[in-house]
Design a protein around this ligand. Structure first.
Ligand code: C5P
Length: 301
């Protein structure tokens, strides 16, 4: 994941979206964050980043409206890496956005992780993935997971990342409404609502179902933030209901919303679900879980 490709003028990196297959909030912390246990999968909806040598650090964004100044996590990543390594080099960074922001797909965090990897290579700063992940944790809670393997378990506020091996049988449908939700607002609503009372399986239980039919996974796609996201969403589009009406056998919310995903057993099932979801006025696409380093090596050339 997050491999660099050499270009005539510099380096390119593709930054995947993620879905939280499960997410449990274990408790709130004194620093204002929450301790989590979540099983996360990187999925094949990508932002594209290009890095060219330049005297200063500059970012140009296209495809979707996102800030291109210091508030963009890509710029934060560039500044933090330069600081950490005492590096005075610059880069012109081009970011082509395809991952809708504010939906729980982690696009901004993935872009930041890709910037750390791309600039580490461009500037020859020689940091390892673990060091980049530590640096990433200071930029955003979801940055470290993108520096690990495509399916992983995250703990703490996201800084502890454990790879999760195992073949995954599913196709995915990613679906998102025309509005985003603020992560901070959803966590604040979670605190007001209080923790769910019903006993729930550990977040990692889903890992036993990765190779099973989608239907078997349905009851494990639990996200403790969903009731809070529902409150923040108010009366706006209910994407879970739309996916269920479209016939999805297993639906989950990713991150703090507003996007959802559905599991499907075949590509044609996934395509049918996408068509029906779009017909209901909601944006959707087919995706797969990104292949890990081992699986990538097995792909015939
Ligand atoms: O780390 P990040 O900037 O992505 O977090 C955004 C907000 O989400 C935090 O300010 C916090 O309110 C909330 N958050 C949390 N617990 C986490 C991750 C995020 O409370 N584990």
């Amino acid at each position: 994941m997050l491999e660099t490709t050499s270009r005539k003028q510099g380096i390119a990196v593709e930054a995947p979206a993620k879905v939280n297959l499960t997410l449990r909030v274990l408790g709130s912390r004194k620093d204002g964050y929450h301790d989590l246990e979540s099983v996360v999968a990187a999925v094949s909806l990508f932002d594209a980043l290009e890095f060219e040598p330049a005297p200063d650090v500059r970012l140009a964004c296209e495809g979707m409206a996102v800030p291109n100044g210091d508030e963009n996590l890509v710029m934060k990543a560039a500044r933090r890496l330069a600081e950490e390594c005492g590096c005075r080099k610059g880069a012109h960074i081009r970011l082509k956005k395809s991952i809708p922001p504010g939906r729980g797909f982690g696009g901004g965090s993935s872009d930041a992780a890709a910037a750390l990897v791309g600039l580490n290579a461009l500037w020859d700063t020689g940091m390892g993935r673990k060091e980049l992940a530590c640096l990433g944790a200071s930029i955003g809670s979801d940055v470290p997971l993108f520096l690990g393997s495509p399916v992983c378990v995250i703990r703490g506020r996201g800084e502890f990342v454990e790879p999760a091996a195992g073949a995954c049988a599913w196709w995915l449908v990613l679906a998102w409404p025309d509005f985003g939700l603020s992560t901070a607002d959803v966590y604040a609503a979670y605190d007001r609502l209080g923790a769910p009372r019903a006993a729930r399986p550990p977040a990692t239980e889903i890992l036993r179902r990765l190779a099973r039919p989608a239907r078997d996974a349905a009851q494990f796609l639990l996200n403790d933030l969903e009731p809070a996201a529902d409150v923040v969403r108010g009366g706006r589009t209910d994407v879970r209901a739309i996916l269920r009406q479209a016939g999805a056998p297993a639906v989950g919310m990713t991150g703090s919303g507003s996007a959802y995903f559905a599991l499907a057993d075949t590509e044609s099932d996934a395509k049918r679900l996408v068509q029906k979801t779009r017909a209901a006025g909601t944006q959707a696409c087919v995706a797969t879980i990104v292949a890990g380093a081992e699986e990538q090596k097995e792909v015939p050339q």
